[in-house]
Ligand binder design. Structure first.
Ligand code: FBP
Length: 699
């Protein structure tokens, strides 16, 4: 043993270089903490004011008028900067305030900067202002679990991902009791305002809390958070008020980097299809952005599939003088065929590899599955309500659940008025694989939502794809194209004339094609021999020439997949500069709204799709964004989710480039390399490509 190796470990660990290299604080962290996000011009003034902006109009749901009467007349509010204010206004703006903030739902990169922005603005207005962070999400409000946000907390977490400072939770404040508990906590803490950083359901909560605490003068402001990108707000005239929720850009960039690496890997060892499921509970915004960032070979967009029309089936029915309504919308079988078609096309040009991006919520857009989800949601909710218990506790095993469904089907046979689960539903349900049955029956989240992230969507779809590819293989349709020069070289090496064997073996030999496709009838060694014997190339008792057999073997594709799930990793990623700046300004916006007396508003930044110099902080009336939706088996007033608009320019661009990115032609793939999220330097994209495209189209 050398002298150096014998240094006692304790001494080694004390060495400054070792301490530095093993410390939690690395250069990347230091740079993030030191970074100061730019602020919108209005926030450079000592004060801000609000201006009602009546030019933005909404079609307000009647239920919203009834249930949210205190805040339903709110208007979009623009924030303006002021060098000075009238004395009374100044006093109001700068009065000492206690403000509570809570994270609600899944984490999204940038949340800490909302707190930082709010904290900085509050302290600037009055150093005695206090910001409280509720711990572990809305439970912190219900149980009055809170910490005071301090300078040191803010500087430790600024520009960092996750919600680690105060954590988050998925509890919904959806009962009278929980509403009362929330009010009690706010009063005990003498809060002037409560800030709810969350998705559609959490902003729904914010609206109801604003309504409920209106009389007490406690303001409630929502902040649009979710990596899913499904909080997007337009008014009835199509003016974009909130182009995207925060966290979306970071998650999409993180997913895109991983997907892009797979594009590089698969086009290097040319043997795998990578199946990448990406998060986004329902909407496919993340998948769309990943497509634009990476140019992966295939990206499924749920909203597009919902629009699918099987024209062949429609035509067939038309000839019989009928309309086949089942031709509208996609089924799992159709979907697997579309995927297979692309795989077969790429194989024909020698590419038996590629990358498929599948949004986690895709099943929501597949007709038969959507019906199952809706029916099962209602059955579970009804059971829980009728028995005042929990369906999953009462029926812990899959067999128990299936037996319960069977009982319902029996009931439907005996009683015609009972139609939620009939024999046909039961038969169809029993036809699907067990893991998928379990998936469809999993516990709903606390909002009654189906938990798509827990279902092996990719396994369901790829199972069907594999089956159908086998059928296509047996039919001789799924074959690997053989490079013509490789064919010539191989046969010449074997002492055979390629031009003699070419027309016997291939269906496109005389064409100029770079890739040669073996005839469909040659699906086995036996058929190969029969073919060449029939053409007189060899005698019945001869063996197949080795070089010909080699070519045959090369043409038989193996469909090998690697499955990946991108979700929690991107959700926990360090925020992009876009998200850092966006969220810090959201925090500043929140304070401006509160200090100017707003409630029931969602803080937002208008013109996010444009250059930063155009960004405009605003308040959006949440009550105007609500509509009735089925939840836990009944209609509830909730904030409307925004799904991918198939008429948007970003979707149309992806659609028109699909064939190019599939690259089922004898040339290189068209992958794009977005690279990892870069915090320093100039090379990081400024904002999501989806937003840039939509903005360019508006010019
Ligand atoms: P939010 O809507 O609360 O932001 O959460 C979004 C999300 O990340 C989805 O993309 C995903 O389906 C879901 O959360 C996963 O939930 P969980 O964290 O409970 O597994």
């Amino acid at each position: 043993m050398s002298k150096k190796e014998s240094i006692p470990l304790e001494d080694f660990l004390k060495h400054p270089e070792v301490q530095k290299i093993t410390s939690n604080i690395n250069q990347a962290l230091v740079e993030r903490r030191e970074y100061t996000p730019s602020v919108c011009k209005v926030f450079t003034y000592p004060y801000t004011a609000l201006q009602d902006n009546s030019k933005f109009r909404f079609a307000i749901d009647n239920e919203s008028k009834k249930q949210l009467s205190n805040i339903v007349d709110n208007k979009v509010q623009s924030i303006t900067g002021a060098d000075d204010l009238e004395e009374a206004l100044k006093e109001k703006y700068c009065k000492k305030r206690n403000i509570g903030i809570v994270f609600s739902g899944g984490p999204a990169p940038g949340g800490h900067n909302v707190i930082a922005g709010l904290y900085d603005a509050a302290k600037k207005a009055n150093p005695e202002n206090k910001i409280y962070g509720f711990l572990l999400g809305p439970d912190g409000i219900l149980e009055n679990e809170v910490i005071e946000i301090t300078d040191s907390l803010v500087s430790s977490y600024k520009n960092l991902g996750g919600f680690t400072m105060i954590n988050t939770g998925r509890t919904k404040i959806d009962t009278k009791e929980k509403m009362e508990l929330s009010k009690e906590t706010c009063k005990k803490l003498e809060l002037d305002a409560l800030v709810i950083v969350g998705g559609d359901d959490s902003n729904t909560n914010a609206a109801f809390l604003a309504q409920e605490m209106f009389e007490d003068g406690i303001k409630v402001i929502g902040v649009p958070k979710t990596i899913d990108g499904d909080i997007q707000v337009k008014d009835t005239d199509g003016n974009i008020l909130c182009a995207i929720s925060f966290g979306f850009h970071t998650a999409a960039r993180a997913f895109a980097n991983a997907v892009s690496s797979l594009c590089t890997d698969c086009s290097s060892d040319v043997k795998y299809w990578h199946i990448c499921k990406v998060m986004g509970r329902v909407a496919s915004h993340l998948a769309l952005e990943v497509a634009l960032q990476t140019h992966a070979n295939m990206t499924l967009i749920g909203e597009d599939l919902a629009d699918y029309i099987d024209r062949r089936r429609l035509e067939k029915a038309k000839k019989k003088g009928i309309t086949d309504y089942s031709a509208y919308g996609i089924t799992l079988r159709h979907l697997s065929r579309i995927i297979c078609d692309s795989i077969v096309k790429r194989a024909a040009v020698g590419k038996n590899y590629g990358v498929i991006v599948i949004p986690e919520g895709i099943l929501e857009f597949v007709d038969e599955i959507q019906i199952f989800i809706i029916k099962l949601n209602a059955i579970i909710a009804e059971y829980n309500q009728a028995h005042d218990t929990d369906f999953h506790t009462d029926f812990p095993l899959l067999d128990d659940k299936l037996e319960y469904l069977r009982r319902l089907a029996r009931l439907s046979r005996e009683d015609n008025s009972f139609s939620i689960w009939n024999t046909r539903d039961d038969d169809l349900f029993n036809d699907i694989p067990e893991f998928f049955q379990e998936g469809l029956l999993i516990e709903r989240d606390s909002h009654g939502n189906f938990q798509f992230s827990l279902v092996e969507t990719d396994k369901v779809i790829m199972g069907l794809v594999k089956n159908y590819l086998n059928i296509l293989k047996e039919k001789g349709i799924y074959k690997l194209g053989i490079d013509s020069s490789y064919y010539r070289m191989t046969l010449a090496k074997g002492g055979l004339d390629p031009d003699y064997f070419g027309p016997i073996l291939f269906k496109n030999y005389n064409k100029e094609d770079k890739f040669l496709l073996l005839k469909e009838s040659i699906i086995s060694k036996k058929m190969l021999k029969q073919t060449i014997v029939k053409k007189g190339a060899i005698q019945k008792n001869d063996i197949i020439p080795a070089s010909v057999e080699k070519i045959y073997k090369k043409s038989v594709p193996k469909f090998e997949t690697q499955v990946h799930f991108y979700g929690y990793d991107g959700r926990g990623s360090e925020p992009t500069r876009f998200d850092c700046i966006y969220t810090y300004n959201l925090g500043l916006t929140v304070f401006s709204l509160i200090a100017n007396g707003a409630t029931g508003q969602m803080a937002a930044i208008k013109n996010l799709e444009m250059d930063f110099s155009n960004w405009e902080p605003i308040g959006i009336p949440i009550a105007s964004l609500m509509h009735l939706e089925e939840r836990k088996g009944k209609l509830s007033l909730v904030l409307e989710k925004s799904v991918v608009d198939v008429n948007s320019i970003s979707f149309r661009v992806v659609k028109s480039l699909r064939d190019k990115w599939l690259a089922a032609v004898p040339c290189d793939d068209n992958y794009r390399r977005p690279g990892p999220i870069r915090f320093a330097g100039k090379s990081e994209a400024n904002r999501p490509i989806t937003l840039v495209l939509n903005a360019l189209a508006k010019r």
